[in-house]
Design a binder for this molecule. Sequence first.
Ligand SMILES: [Mn+2]
Length: 489
Amino acid sequence: MNKYQGCFIENSVYKTKRLIILFCILRVRGISLLQRANDLAAIVRKSSEIHIVTHIDADGITAGAIASETLRRLGKEYSLECIKQLDEVTINKLLNENHELVWFTDLGSGISTQYPEIKKIITDHHECPPNSDTSFHFNPHLFGRDGSYELSGAGATYLVSKALSPKNKDLSCLAIVGAIGDLQDRRFCELRGMNTEIVKDGVEAGVLQTSKDLRYFGKETRPLAKLLQYATDPLIPGVSGREDTSVAFLQELQIELKERDKWRTWVDLRKEEKRKIISAVIQMLLSKGFGYQVAARVLGESYLLCHEEEGTELHDAKEYATLLNSTARYGQYEVGLQVCLGDRGKWLKEALNLLSGHRHNLVEGLQFAREEKIQKRTYLQYFHAGDGIRDTIIGIVTNMLLNTEDVDKELPLIGFAHTENGEVKVSARAAQHLVDRGLDLAAALTVAAKELHGIGGGHNIAAGATIPKGKEEEFLQVVEREIKLQLVS
Ligand SMILES: [Mn+2]
């Protein structure tokens, strides 16, 4: 009651009642979220030894880096590990290790009400049931926000870090790399929700810069022809997919591909050259019958890290995130973590090595998946990579595959791959318009995995699961049943 009254007095300048009520709702929500961050900060302050457990993707590493740098600055004793998923093996290990406090980042929402023996805080953004709301659980879903695009795991961790000290605002750029790594800008071609507050912090702290630019991946480091060849969202009809068509397209626009023996990249171009290419791409899309909405996706917000050199893998948040994915997904999370923490020597060199391996694996993985052939069913389509694609990159490959020209966007795409310990990793991706119609892959995969004694979760648009080998068909049947229910109701 008091909160509402306070709002009315403070904001009496607003003329209409509606605005005041809207403002109060936002404000009360804002307070609870902020309060929760403060609650977690207080727990951290009281602990002297803290173990961080984080996820193996770019969002997970940046979250882990933010948490460990925050603890280092506080003079705490801390350690960190990166895991694929929170399974029994990890939990048993944690139970044995008996840490004073465990900080789960970018995962852990599922156990917020379990294992009271593990004293913990959780900064996560994956879908979670309302009954997982505990005083040490920070998750945008608990406050009516959508963790698939409004806040990432790194962002949630950053908000707690900021609650511990406003001096940690310089870590906001890592939170943005995490959000971009989780494709949180995909829906609106820019970051939204609480992410925008973090961007503001970064700009204020002088660590981040935004610019409206081409959205394709690789503006800093990919030769121009490669940039267009691998363009996926949106695809450039008749240009992307092949190197010769992409070179011809640029030559027709009279764009020099080389400068003094060096392949030119997007950031090397003059303003007029960029404008020429952008308008030609948009015209190409419109002339091939793609609507304005698709063509507009060529442009969007880019997030640049001011302290990094232009033309490197660390300047643009998108490329930075990919560099991190190339480390932890191959079991080398220490490499990515050290780069996040500022190393520009041997760890960066190692990260760049891993990046070229990662690129190679993605190209091969994509080719492998296409040869496997996608099987269509009524409510989904799928492919089984077996041992042909690493389980840690099956999600990226599934996403790339869904974005290629000849793949049906009307059905969610599921990819299967064998894991090292004899299980099957499942990755599911869908186009936004299906989510707008009620599709929730996280919910469907959670139910299906549970029925087969596996684990599943994630976001409405992108989700994952691990199931026993040989249960793929049963799994697909349950997922189809769930998707049918979602799209009907
Ligand atoms: Mn995440």
